[in-house]
Write a protein that binds this ligand. Structure first.
Ligand code: PLP
Length: 294
């Protein structure tokens, strides 16, 4: 049982060293209003976040998530998060998670307009039930993301490598996928390369080789993809990154969308192309992803 909860955080400077940050945390009622109407996260989606999977009270891959939070904050010119402070907040949040799967969200917002500090908070909620997606698989459609593969180098202000709170486009892509009779989407660049899903990374298997789009600044580097690669490499598989033309999707022997809370969802169809679900390997990946990982 997971108790919905929220913890407001007064962010301290990244260089501040101390053993206890308790006086910078305040529990909030998860069902009650907690933000100012001037809050820029709600007005403009101006902030960054992380979603951490929790299994039986164990928060998974905390450091990779915190490192990506720091990376996102840098890209957005937000004050650098104090890793030790956020780690303590995650420990408190994980204490509210009982048996089963839950999700801890970290949110760092630019704060209130003309306000003194960024606003930061952590929430805890039970995870949705993804057991069917993990076994039966999901159907996906490819959707044009509307920019080319190397746009991040030319236009860093698009913040493409940052996990920003502005997910309206990602949610619109999911709705479009549903309208087209699919469960999810894979974004393609305007010059025809594979990017990522709206809320997940894509891994393809071609023969015995696993490949995922190179994180060149235009997509998020998924913590789950990194973790899956570590596991596959330990099992002796060849894993790598590449610029993947959309035409290669039809050559894949199997594919998965992977992310921190849904974990590994095998892809059973890409547009009109049916893909076999590798039930044994998928079960192995999800068993690994559900085991305690640091
Ligand atoms: N790409 C996008 C756009 C995402 O939103 C997410 C997760 O939410 C991912 C990839 C996968 O990241 P992770 O495996 O760290 O959850």
């Amino acid at each position: 049982m997971t108790r919905r909860s929220a913890l407001m955080i007064i962010p301290v400077d990244a260089s501040e060293e101390r053993a206890d940050f308790a006086d910078t945390f305040a529990r909030a009622d998860a069902a009650a209003p907690a933000l100012s109407v001037g809050e820029l996260s709600t007005q403009r989606g101006d902030g960054v976040f992380e979603s951490i999977g929790v299994v039986d009270g164990h928060a998974q891959e905390v450091m990779p998530h915190l490192e990506r939070l720091v990376h996102s904050a840098r890209l957005c010119d937000l004050p650098e998060p104090n890793i030790a402070q956020w780690k303590q907040a995650i420990e408190i949040a994980a204490g509210d998670c009982g048996a089963g799967e839950a999700v801890i969200k970290l949110i760092l917002s630019r704060g209130v307009e003309h306000g003194p500090t960024p606003t930061a908070w952590v929430t805890v909620a039970p995870a949705a039930d993804f057991s069917a997606a993990r076994v039966d698989g999901i159907r996906v459609v490819t959707l044009d993301r509307g920019y080319d593969l190397h746009v991040a180098e030319r236009a860093p202000w698009l913040l493409l490598g940052a996990k920003t709170l502005s997910y309206a486009v990602n949610m619109a892509a999911l709705r479009e996928a549903h309208r087209r009779g699919a469960d999810d989407a894979i974004f393609l660049s305007s010059d025809g390369f594979v990017l990522e899903a709206p809320t997940a990374s894509l891994i393809l298997r071609v023969g015995d080789r696993f490949v995922t789009p190179a994180p060149n600044g235009g997509i998020l580097h998924g913590t789950t993809q990194l973790s899956v690669y570590e596991h596959l490499a330990e099992r002796g598989f060849d894993v790598g990154y590449a610029e993947i033309p959309a035409s290669d999707l039809g050559k894949a022997d199997a594919a998965w969308l992977v992310s921190s809370v849904r974990l590994a969802a095998p892809v059973s169809r890409i547009d009109d192309h049916e893909l076999p679900v590798d039930a044994a390997l998928t079960a192995d990946l999800n068993a690994y992803l559900l085991s305690p990982r640091d």
